[in-house]
Each structure stands twice: as structure tokens, then as C-alpha cells.
Design a protein around this ligand. Structure first.
Ligand code: DX5
Ligand code: ZN
Length: 235
């Protein structure tokens, strides 16, 4: 029997920190070329910002484009869902063949069930928290997800300034991971640049999303290499 879910790439693993370029500020007229360029530049994973114009003001793309990314990409990718009714639509994004589906705790009414729904497709389920949401909001669900994404900007747009309050959240998550004997990834998203990446890496982030710091640079490879160097130097 054929599954409707396209094959995933290898799961995101061990060699962290990983920089995930965000497909928000790329040239969407040449999406497959952009993905190829990023992979050739050394990207080991990608981050896809799905926005519906309601949960956040901007409207980007949905399932059809995510499926096109799956066909074009050979590296794993994360779908960051910024849409209404995440409980209902998470399954649609998990079924695209995404490696990680990240849902916002602020947008969920049934966190445990929705995380289980995502995991049951073979996809990793991550929880995101917006800048005004404390870590305590996701604490009861840490054993039900494989990652927490700390937003260091208000979700909705690329190119915003990094909010340093994210650093304490990353540190707290790292402490909780140790004290509870858990094994989840700690992600960070928003305002990452050559100026801010060392601080998030030092605080404990291992999945680091970078939009404008890669996609708005002339040379993706040198941008990625510099970010990676700075992230690893402080580890
Ligand atoms: C913001 C998105 C981010 C964004 C990051 O809502 O979730 O992933 O693309 O862009 P930069 O790195 O430019 O802040
Ligand atoms: Zn994002």
C-alpha cells in the first residue's frame, strides 16, 4: 500500500548547533533554485514559516508550497506553523513529509493530543513560545515534544531586532532539560545575526533559525559559515 506521506530525509540529529535558514525572505519565483543554493552553501536543515494572515498579520504559503519544498530539498526541514486552529491543521503539515512540525502553544487548545498526532506520523513535534509567553506554559508538555522553539521576535515578519529576553528562556529550558532528564532540542528564531548568534548558542540553543542573516546576504555560503563559526566557537 502506498503512503500519501512523501519520504522524509534523515532525522535532525546530533551535530549541533545547526543553523536553519528560514524560507521567508527568499526569491519565491525560483524556490527550487534557492533551496539548491542553500544546500550547496552548506545548509544542513531548513525552516519554513507558514503564516495565514490571521494568527500573524502576514500571509506566506501553505501546504502546497511545503510539499514542493519536500520534493526539492534533500536536507531535513522544520515547518513553523503560525496559523489559526493549529490543532486541526497540524496533521496536514505533518503529512507533507516535514521532519519537524512546530506548533505555537498560544495557538493550541489540545497540546498533548496535537503533539501526539504529529508524532504519530513519524514527524518530530516541537512547541514554540512567543516573546510574551513564559517557559512555564510549555513545561507540562516537555515530555510530549522533541523540541521547544523560543521566539526572539514577535512572530510575523523577518528582519526584526533580536529580543534579549529570549536568552533567559533558553537557559531555563536547558536547566529543565537537565533537571528533568529530558532530551529535547532548544530552538531560537528571530533576529539572529553575527552579533547575536554567540549569545544564543552560549545560552544553550541548538537549532538556530536565521532568515535575513543568510537570505539577504550576497553569498549564502560565507554567511552560513560565519554564523556557524560564531555559534560553535562559544560552545
Ligand atoms: C518570524 C519567523 C522567522 C523569521 C526569521 O515570524 O518565524 O523564522 O523568518 O527572520 P530573521 O532571522 O530575519 O529575524
Ligand atoms: Zn520561524
Amino acid at each position: 500500500m502506498h503512503s500519501s506521506i512523501p519520504p522524509r530525509t534523515a532525522p535532525l540529529v546530533a551535530d549541533t548547533p545547526v543553523i536553519l535558514p528560514a524560507l521567508l525572505l527568499c526569491d519565491f519565483g525560483h524556490l527550487a533554485d534557492e533551496i539548491k543554493k542553500l544546500e550547496e552553501a552548506g545548509a544542513k536543515a531548513l525552516h519554513l514559516d507558514v503564516m495565514d494572515g490571521q494568527f500573524v498579520p502576514q500571509l506566506t504559503y501553505g501546504k502546497v508550497v511545503v510539499e514542493a519544498v519536500r520534493r526539492a530539498a534533500t536536507v531535513p526541514f522544520e515547518v513553523h506553523m503560525m496559523v489559526e486552529n493549529q490543532d486541526d491543521s497540524a496533521i496536514d503539515y505533518a503529512a507533507t513529509g516535514a521532519d519537524i512540525v512546530t506548533v505555537h502553544i498560544e495557538g493550541l487548545t489540545r497540546p498533548k493530543e496535537t503533539l501526539a498526532t504529529i508524532s504519530n506520523t513519524g514527524c518530530q513535534a516541537h512547541l514554540a513560545i512567543s516573546p510574551n509567553t513564559p517557559v512555564s506554559a510549555v513545561e507540562p508538555f516537555l515530555s510530549h515534544c522533541t523540541g521547544v522553539l523560543v521566539m526572539s521576535v514577535e512572530p510575523g515578519f523577518g528582519g526584526q531586532a533580536f529580543q534579549p529576553s529570549a536568552l533567559d528562556k533558553i537557559r531555563l529550558l536547558r536547566e529543565l532539560r537537565t533537571s528533568q532528564g529530558q532530551n529535547f532540542h532548544i530552538g531560537v528564531d528571530g533576529g539572529i545575526s553575527t552579533k547575536t548568534i554567540a549569545s544564543v548558542s552560549q545560552a544553550g540553543a541548538d537549532l538556530i533559525v536565521a532568515g535575513s542573516a543568510v537570505l539577504q546576504q550576497e553569498n549564502y555560503a560565507s554567511a552560513l559559515q560565519e554564523l556557524e563559526y560564531l555559534a560553535r566557537k562559544t560552545k
